[in-house]
Design a protein around this ligand. Sequence first.
Ligand code: PHE
Ligand code: ZN
Length: 879
Amino acid sequence: MREGQTAVIHRADYQAPAYWIDTVELCFDLDPAKTRVLNRMRIRRNPDVPPQPLKLDGDELNLARVLVNGQGTSFKMEGGRLVLENLPEGSEPFELEIFTTCCPAKNSKLMGLYVSNDSFFTQCEAEGFRRITYFLDRPDVMASYTVLLRADKRKYPVLLSNGNLVDHGDLEDGRHFAKWVDPFRKPCYLFALVAGQLVAREQKIVARNGKEHLLQVFVRPGDLDKTEHAMNSLMASVAWDEARFGLPLDLERFMIVATSDFNMGAMENKGLNIFNTKYVLANQATATDTDFGNIESVVGHEYFHNWTGNRVTCRDWFQLSLKEGLTVFRDQEFSQDLAGEASARAVKRIEDVRVLRTAQFPEDAGPMAHPVRPDQYLEINNFYTVTVYEKGAEVVRMMQTLVGREGFERGMTLYFQRHDGHAVTCDDFAQAIADANTQSPLYEKLGQFKRWYSQAGTPRVRAVPQWEAGTGTWRLQLSQSNPPTPGQADKQPQVIPIAWGLIGQDGRELASGMHVLTEAHDTLVVENLASEPVPSLLRGFSAPVILDFDYSDGQLLALLEHDTDPFNRWEAAQRLAVRSALAAIHHGGEVTLDAHFVEAMRHILRHPTLDSAFKELVLTLPAETYIAEQLDVVDPQHVHAVRESMRQQLATALQPDWEAAYEANKDSGAYSPDPVSSGRRALAGLALTHLCIAARLSSDTVWPGKAYQRFKDASNMTDRFNALSALVVGGSDLARPALQKFHAMFKDEALVLDKWFALQAGAPDRGGNVLPAVKQLMQHPDFNVRNPNRARSLIFSYCSANPGAFHRADAAGYVFWSDRVMELDAINPQVAARLARALDRWRKLAEPMRGAAREAIARVAAKPDLSNDVREVVTRALA
Ligand code: PHE
Ligand code: ZN
């Protein structure tokens, strides 16, 4: 193993720390080129562990001095760690003082202490604190923090850290200081500091118990007019967690700070959440409805971590889903509860399932497949995945399904009674939910249920019906299986809650229930039926599985028309569309959409009472990646062509209906991002896209003209961007001038420029034109590969979100990908490793893409000084 390379870490090797750190006093002299950090800790030996040297983690630090109880001491360095052997014996605490320096200005990894737009920010999860000072950088070491910040007052007027501000004042030489004390013990990954020229929107709130709290959203001075929605979302989050789970805000002050340089979405540091600007800043002129919705859920997510993550944290990083799966579940519930009506809740559920199936299912079937609670990793940053987050949330959701909503709330209460203030495991969580519900199937089957945490892969449920007309008996034979995944050849049956209903010939619901499948094979029996029913299975997507049922087209049309479960109505349309796509792909030829399907779509589009948001979901064809997952061998360009052809047929066949939908939805009134009006804008946007597609086929210029007009006159970003997108997707000549105008209008709005780059990189490929355009945009003065949002907007939008343009037979897309992965790896390994995942599914590709993709991955793997992050991804891909 070379210097700096670490070994694979195994969950089974967990050992309690040999020392506890009880208190930490940190003193920072902030300077971009050389920040000085004095770290004074009270440490004691862990009496439960045999005596051994203290080994502190560190990364890219310059060590100046180490003192034990005020005296110099001997130490050595071991693979980046600071090792202290001659420590006081016995159980008495001792004081360890470590003085280091680091260089925030040169920190392009954005882990640890870094500079963004002349302000200081920190990011410590998962293992960034060791880039600030030597420490036991592991979540089960929880300490009380006191933080003293010192900096130039003019350049850094605002100085923030976790907890409460207890002192502040001026120093000599134009410097000032602020002292913060966090009243709660915490693991070091929740430490944060911010220093810079920032302004805050402030809001005082009074909690149920009458206590007052100060909420603050800090941004750069020009951005205050984009903070109202984030503040509203934060207030709603505080109220929701109190109302739904009885969990109050436990701090006098709660701060959110936005930065435009951030690797992820946001971070739940105690009392001082740091956010990517993308998930804070919004007003109607610059942000779309989707942005508004994302801000609501990310603000909620980070706030909810205060209890699920911070008050109760993870024992080790293998337990990441303990906080992430649970907190995603909570933010999903929050957004559903805010959406209000049943139909709006269903829309949110469909959107969440769409993410799961288009992103998590492929992950679970590919080389990076891992259990919700992984067993090993080389680099923990690679395990902030859709499996840990979204599948983890589905596992929590199934628990709620099995114990009921009230039972789940009881379980949460027990969880906090048992574990508040501690670092625990996924097992502890499941045990608490079960123990609070001893009459439930979860309690009865807990051991088996926990296979959801240990087994990777998406289970398949096969359901075969049998109808006995004579006795009116309907039987459903159920069987489950789970395909092998890397390192897991054999799987055991899992606990699969299947919500079901039966629809009669007349479209009425005959029966419904919940069947908990626990065996490999089982039968569900319903008696006394007058005629053969159409089953609606896995309602609301009651388990994260693939359901195989040989529906006839007629049955799916019946479900689309009559099912009382909105999720399965949508699902019926998706199944019909996938079926058409697969038939066309297998027969190598053109798609001709089934006339019944087209009529059903027309019926939905014209429906007098269905929500616009729901119509938009039903009328949107399944994603190319979702279609590709149903195939053994994938030609992404062919998949793209087939889906495009289906879209063109819907555009042409339903033209008058799209026109009617556009006219009926195009005016959504004074802007508000609520579900009803955003649904109207979404459907108007989808209609406009189809009208522009149809116009291209018939060389009509009226609709592109209308789209251009709307693009110019729109009073909000959603309508403006949808119109621009319609022109780009429709391949109109007006797309070019519109893109130019858009750039000129928003040249000072970084988040809008991200959209501008992303739209072009994600455009439908016309004769291989997207890659040259992307390469050209890399030269654009506004492009900056060091800014993660900008890199994602151009490079990821092409490599990860535009399969039809990326998977070129000449391999040029893959060469571009490998160049970018290597370029980014030298700057920011986390971002590079995410991009590296764009070729996860290379083994499914048809030749010549398959061979070319493997070569490109091998090219990256052969690079000598690769980060652990990228090395792990490409090694697994080739294994
Ligand atoms: N813990 C953060 C969240 O999910 C995500 C994150 C992980 C952010 C690592 C930064 C670094 O809310
Ligand atoms: Zn989270």
